[in-house]
Design a protein around this ligand. Structure first.
Ligand code: GDG
Length: 457
């Protein structure tokens, strides 16, 4: 039996049969070790001193409650209005009331105490994402010497941008308490090492690890992926045409949480540019699925209005009575419908201005018919572009280049489509979610252990 795994993430699995790859991969790893998944309960609450068993996730899940104030200051506040824009190169959007940071530190300290109540000495602890940067420091302060790994799903911030934090040196300190720091790409690893190089407390060891005040951290990239076969199955099953009888002929698809990091306004502008210059007689269509997210944060309200304005303007200018060029759906749709849409699309536009990986790019590739595949247009700023070099790579700030890429994708000869798809599919398979989890856990198991957690540092 492998050592027991404790996974910690903001969300815990809900038991939905259409879960993404991360949930499937982690759930499998957890059930193989009789492990636990710990995360925030979907509903706010006041019973803050203990965790509750939550059923339906396919593995043992324990949830802690966040109070309304914690949701505002910790989740929407420090996590999503400081750390998220910081990591996505939008320091102009950072909001800094002091309660955000206080509450972020306090929630991490509280969650550490709850974990310490259930953790055994040889459990592996795998912490996910920017909601929990200080968690290992808090666990060490409670005396836990377990191997603790961290995986950052979003881009590692650049050294210059870190200065926006009130105490930037704490950030490196938080990370130093993890035995393994997993990042999405080699570019993220380079940015992380740049941070350590600028820190006089850090030393670089001959085996590539970083030592900071007695603590040794291994920094490596583990590009995340999807559950390829499951997504292919969803995409391939017959069933209803999601458009009813009127499927647009050769459409471009976009699928993103409505987030400013995803570059959706520029994608719409590029599609508008393409509409102006499109081959005569064609009636191209962009199908954009963009479910709302973090709606209480002002920056998300602003991007929603901007998008509605552009979509309205372009449809007003170009639509005919029997043709709507932009079909924009601001709701979440069923995962199996999503997979069918990917399969039917001629192209997919992923135009992120910054993105840890971008799983939509991998889902689109997985959903294609290899004999007659669609074309992936992929931002150079998405982590996925580091390995998927045979996609049509674009600069999401260059509207003309993106319009030209849409044209190229829709006109691409079959041979070239097949060759590009085969190369991208090889990457999608090589980095699938199960391997991602297995490789991270293998690295965590063999990391240098923490000998003396620095109690009350
Ligand atoms: C973060 C990082 C990193 C979207 N709309 C619907 C829907 N989706 C699904 C997609 C995809 C997932 O949501 C989005 O994943 P992404 O990777 O594209 O982006 P983030 O949510 O920002 O995820 C990212 C990821 O973590 C994993 O490490 O790749 O860089 O930002 O699976 O299909 N699913 C359904 N209905 C929708 O309307 N069912």
């Amino acid at each position: 039996m492998p050592p027991r795994l404790i996974a910690v993430s903001n969300r815990i699995p809900t038991g939905s049969p259409s879960s993404g790859g991360l949930v499937v991969a982690l759930r499998d790893a957890l059930s193989a070790s009789g492990g636990l998944w710990i995360g925030a309960h979907p509903d706010p609450g006041t019973g803050l001193e203990e965790m509750e068993e939550v059923s339906g996730g396919g593995c043992r899940c324990l949830a802690f409650r966040l109070s309304e104030e914690e949701i505002s200051d910790y989740y929407l506040g420090y996590a999503n209005s400081v750390l998220w824009p910081l990591c996505h190169r939008r320091v102009d959007l950072v909001e800094m009331p002091s309660t955000y940071e206080e509450r972020y530190r306090a929630v991490n300290a509280r969650v550490a105490k709850l974990i310490a109540q259930v953790a055994r000495p040889d459990d592996l602890i795998w912490v996910h994402d920017y909601h929990f940067f200080p968690l290992a420091s808090e666990l060490r302060a409670l005396g836990l010497a377990n191997r603790i790994g961290f995986f950052l799903h979003i881009p590692f911030p650049s050294l210059g941008d870190l200065s926006v934090l009130s105490q930037p040196e704490d950030f490196a300190d938080w990370l130093a308490d993890y035995n393994l720091l997993g990042l999405q790409t080699r570019g993220d690893v380079a940015r992380c090492l740049e941070m350590y190089r600028a820190d006089p407390r850090a030393e670089f060891m001959p085996d590539g690890t970083v030592k900071m005040q007695g603590r040794i951290t291994s920094v490596r990239s583990f590009p995340i992926g999807i559950d390829v076969d499951h997504f292919r199955e969803l995409a391939g099953v017959g069933g209803r045409n999601p458009f009813g009888r009127e499927a647009p002929d050769g459409f471009v698809i976009g699928v993103d949480r409505l987030d400013y990091s995803k570059g959706i306004p520029n994608r719409f502008r590029a599609f508008g540019r393409y509409l102006k210059t499109r081959p005569e007689g064609t009636r191209p269509c962009l199908v954009q699925i963009a479910p709302p997210t973090r709606e209480r944060v002002q920056a998300y309200q602003d991007i929603t209005s901007e998008l509605e304005e552009i979509a309205g303007r372009l449809n007003g200018a170009f639509a005919e009575l029997d043709w709507t060029p932009i079909r924009y759906i601001h709701r979440s749709i069923d995962r199996s419908v999503l997979a069918r849409l990917h399969r039917m699309a001629r192209a997919c536009a992923v135009t992120s201005l910054a993105d840890g990986m971008n799983l939509v790019a991998k889902e689109f590739v997985a959903a294609q018919d290899p004999e007659d595949p669609g074309v992936l247009i992929l931002s150079r700023f998405a982590g996925a572009a580091e390995d998927m070099t045979e996609a049509l790579l674009v600069n999401p700030y260059d509207i003309e280049e993106m319009a030209a890429a849409i044209h190229q994708a829709l006109e691409m000869p079959l041979d070239e489509r097949r060759a590009r798809h085969a190369a991208c599919m090889e990457v999608v398979r090589r980095t699938d979610a199960t391997r991602w989890a297995a490789q991270f856990l293998a690295a965590l198991r063999t990391c240098m252990p923490t000998l003396s957690p620095q109690v009350a540092r």
